[in-house]
Ligand binder design. Sequence first.
Ligand code: GDP
Ligand code: CA
Length: 332
Amino acid sequence: MKIVVLAGGVGGARFVRGVREAVRRAAPDAALANADIDVIVNTGDDWWLAGLRIAPDHDSLLYTLSGQNDEVRGWGRVGETERVSAELQAHGVTPDWFTLGDLDLGTHIARSAWLRAGLSPSEVSRRLQQRWPLGVTLHPATDDEVDTHVVTTAGERLHFQEWWTRHRATLPVARFEQQGVAEARPAPGVLAALEAADVVIIAPSNPVVSIGTILSVPGMREAVLTAGAGTAPVVGVSPIIAGAAVRGMADACLSAIGVATDAGAVARLYGARPAGGLLDAWLVGVEDESLVAGLRADGFAAAAVPLWMRDLDTSAALAAAALATGLEQARA
Ligand code: GDP
Ligand code: CA
């Protein structure tokens, strides 16, 4: 059995850790036992800084799944120091609003060295995963650079990272643009994973700048819709609980594209497969149970389950619910 997950950073990493745990806990004779897990990772937040290629969502997954993440802070590596970043800022090479940890910089230097030696982002990812075996396989969504830029209502254009980190997502947005996305292609490992998938899960990640960016790569949406030679169901998990983005600022991105911060509105943004959309099923929180009937009427196999990923147990339970929903929806 092969499980494919589309994921962004923090919500994606917590969810994928739950999927890995749900598979580990499955009974030996269960369908999930020993399932392969492939993760299609958002690359829209990637950028160049001080000559280094930074891949925040990829590295959130890498560090969380290898147990090196800072659980207290919620991102970055545990036991991190920031001496090199202080030097870079003193030189004026990096801005004072973006600090990189020393251990984290080691990853970025390695990535950049391999890219300069001619490796693709997918090959770089594979090398990083050889050092830290994760029990899942990460695939950058595309090997092409499709950094997300923000065009503000004042006509200013800035990299997503500057809007997100420096301005805390407060500058009014006219639109998000993925630079060069029209020429981008899904990375080879992505298409192979989707072709072999038994179930596809859209993680509870930012619907606009994580999942939306993955899906905007030409060919990606079709590959998800026809996954598993047309048999794999697509199950989405809401990143919005009771009208709020539970961690992070996903609400700012939804408002920017005119979508309400509401689990039902996000489902309709992705769309139900019978109505030409992406999803067979959609999981909302128990707090949003009242949305289920309307979602079913619109063609989603909807259900309400606990959506808060507080620890490994709650993450694994959510993943198990998503996988069970998927198996129920398996298409002939
Ligand atoms: P980022 O790349 O670090 O911004 O992370 P993601 O793309 O994965 O999306 C972050 C979003 O994930 C948050 O804004 C939340 O909406 C969602 N999220 C984070 N933690 C949880 C959780 O415990 N449960 C659910 N359902 N969603 C979560
Ligand atoms: Ca991100």
